[in-house]
Write a protein that binds this ligand. Structure first.
Ligand code: ATP
Ligand code: MG
Length: 417
């Protein structure tokens, strides 16, 4: 026997049971992007490897370990995008979209990272991302946070997430802090685990992110980047805090919040939930003023965030926020006599043309009437319409448990209210 072919590890099918909640979430998110005046971008899934090496940074986990790279037939070094910001910045520069104007953009789509699959961690996952360009103030950072808050609110999960913010300062501020940090960690080298020893050479800031319980006490008193901020960065951060206060958005300043990507400057934030175990970050974002310059463009202030849609769905499910979403047909049309299948199909058509607000399924199974009814009941529909052998139409209201024969006009009138 031939062996079965299965999906690739960490890549999930979204089955019809689940698509209604996806569609519901997507429509809420779209509505909010619309109301905030953001425009959609549709970006390629394949990008040059060099894009991420330069933007995300070669020492980050994403570039060092997690990318799906390959050479195409002409030898070009290509990758399945691991995140959306780099491609969006590339596109904005390539299409000269920021010449004398600001941009507010969003996208949604699959991202790919070769990580160990587990709950809330996939190799193909979906991000909803927002990027803004040409605005350097704390006000746009705050607007992004308002937007995420509105998204969580509209999905009924706002009370299950908390906002953490920090400032990573500018590159020179970070370098000064980095020196102090490296010398501090060197003094406590004996306490560092293997991962952190590696990071000490490549990306010491990320050691602050370590979850290793044995290192927590030492990390807690490590030099804090917030203390190295210059006047402008400090003011930017204070302004953001004031705006969040004014909008009554609760937040926690977490000096250890560093994020996994190299391109951030000043504001960084995460929305975290305790409902999903260690994969608790549902949204990450921040400012990345230096990124466009890395692509050879002139300086372009920028700020954005990305929500992991699968994690957000897990959260919605964990708190029962998906209860109201139904996948049921309103009406199933069945027929008594084997030869009436075409007439039943036409009947369903007539009903659909008159009752555009209802979901109407036609039983095309070829089953006997008993089985058709059993399947209709299983579908969870509210009404079963049956074309009987005498060409009369029966309407069975399953909720009221009434069953009557009626002319078509009466049936249409019954639903038309
Ligand atoms: P984590 O710390 O969980 O690995 P990250 O810092 O790598 O997250 P980002 O690169 O900031 O994540 O991506 C933004 C969001 O995308 C995350 O907050 C998360 O919700 C989601 N995400 C990231 N990686 C995965 C993955 N492998 N599977 C599912 N969702 C993911
Ligand atoms: Mg990660």
């Amino acid at each position: 026997m031939m062996s079965k072919i299965q999906s690739i590890r960490g890549m999930k099918d979204v089955l019809p049971d689940e698509t209604p909640i996806w569609q519901w979430l997507e429509s809420k998110v779209r509505n909010i992007t619309y109301r905030y005046g953001y425009q959609e971008m549709r970006l390629p899934i394949l990008e040059p490897v060099a894009l991420f090496e330069r933007a995300v940074g070669e020492s980050t986990d994403i570039v060092a370990k997690e990318m799906y790279n390959f050479h195409d037939k002409s030898g070009e070094h290509i990758t399945l995008r691991p995140e959306g910001t780099s491609g969006c910045v590339r596109a904005v520069i390539e299409n000269n979209m920021c010449y004398n104007k600001t941009q507010r953009l969003w996208y949604q789509g699959p991202m790919f990272r070769y990580e160990r699959p587990q709950k809330g961690r996939l190799r193909q996952f979906t991000q909803f991302g927002v990027e803004t360009f040409g605005m350097s103030g704390a006000d746009i950072d705050a607007e992004l946070i308002f937007m995420v808050r509105d998204i969580f609110r509209s999905l009924g999960v706002d009370q299950y997430v908390r906002l953490e913010i920090n400032s990573l300062g500018t590159l020179p501020e970070r370098l000064e802090h980095r020196q102090q940090l490296v010398s501090y960690f060197n003094q406590h080298k004996a306490l560092l685990d293997e991962d952190s020893l590696r990071r000490l050479e490549t990306n010491p800031l990320r050691i602050l992110d370590s979850k290793n319980p044995q290192m927590q006490e030492m990390i807690e008193v490590a030099p804090r980047l917030l203390n190295f901020l210059g006047e402008d960065s400090r003011q930017h951060f204070d302004e953001l805090c004031q705006l969040l206060d004014a909008a009554e958005i609760p937040y926690i300043v977490n000096p250890r919040l560093v994020r996994g990507l190299d391109y951030y400057t000043r504001t960084v934030f995460e929305w975290i939930t305790d409902e999903l175990g260690s994969q608790g970050t549902v949204c990450g974002g921040g400012r990345y003023d230096g990124l466009a310059e890395l692509f050879g463009s002139k300086s372009l202030p920028a700020s954005g965030f990305a929500i992991g849609i699968e994690r957000l769905l897990l959260l919605i499910q964990a708190v029962g926020g998906d209860k109201h979403i139904s996948n049921y047909p309103d009406i199933v049309v069945t027929y008594e006599n084997d030869k009436q299948n075409v007439e039943a199909l036409m009947l369903a058509n007539q009903l659909r043309s008159k009752l555009s607000h209802l979901k109407i399924l036609s039983d095309c199974s070829g089953n006997k009437i008993k089985r058709q009814h059993a399947n209709a009941l299983k579908s969870g529909c509210r009404y079963i319409i049956t074309l009987n052998a005498n060409q009369k139409i029966g309407l069975w209201d399953l909720e009221k448990n009434t069953n009557a024969l009626s002319p078509l006009e009466d049936i249409i009138a019954y639903f038309a209210h």
